[in-house]
Design a protein around this ligand. Structure first.
Ligand SMILES: [Zn+2]
Length: 206
């Protein structure tokens, strides 16, 4: 079994037409052609680091600043979740924790795992890693839900007598973290997963 790459062919990632390897642009849709995105991993790590860097202040700074007539309070993501749990809304506290702590951390770990597995030329089953990549991409589309956690929190607090509610500095950091993590996942070239594997016919992988 030979791969298109071994035959000197390259597929257009936009319209799926196959071209000779030396072609630089797709003759059908005009997209730029590359057999492998050589800078893919560098971009993945750059966005990944930016995402993690924004995630730290997102947790340390207040997500919400609420002012009542008599007092002013600030709550971080986890502090807010604990407050909600104390008020007896365990389900909502759980949603807040899953959306803003569990999912982002799992995404960071999963992208790092994919990046490292390619870097270290892992011989591990590519199918599992491909599924993992599909899951990260799927979550990415829904990631902005995390940001709406602020809205959920505001709605809850507004039920009591409150003069004003404003998003704290963590809200911006959190939104940036989500966006950078999505860019990181988008930069990953999934074709890299399939390189470095011994092919069934025993021929050398490129
Ligand atoms: Zn094309």
């Amino acid at each position: 079994m030979t791969t298109a790459r071994e035959e000197g062919l390259v597929t257009c990632r936009t319209c799926a037409r196959v071209w000779p390897g030396m072609a630089e642009a797709c003759g059908r849709c005009g997209a730029r052609l590359s057999s492998r995105d050589a800078l893919s991993l560098q971009r993945v790590w750059a966005w990944w680091i930016a995402g993690v860097a924004c995630y730290i202040p997102a947790n340390l700074y207040p997500m919400l600043v609420t002012e009542t007539l008599t007092s002013r309070s600030e709550s971080t993501i986890i502090g807010g979740a604990i407050d909600i749990a104390k008020h007896g809304d365990l389900g909502i506290a759980l949603i807040v924790l899953i959306a803003s702590v569990f999912i982002p951390v799992v995404k960071f770990i999963a992208i790092a795992y994919l990046g490292l597995s390619v870097k270290l030329r892992s011989q591990q089953t590519p199918v599992g890693r491909m599924h993992l990549f599909e899951v990260i991409e799927f979550i990415g589309r829904w990631s902005m839900i995390d940001v709406f956690v602020v809205a959920i929190l505001s709605a809850l607090v507004q039920l009591s007598v409150v003069a004003s509610i404003q998003p704290g500095p963590a809200a911006l950091a959190f939104a940036l973290s989500v966006i950078f993590t999505m860019f990181s996942a988008k930069s990953f070239d999934p074709r890299l997963i399939w390189d470095y594997l011994p092919t069934r016919a025993g021929s050398r992988a490129p």
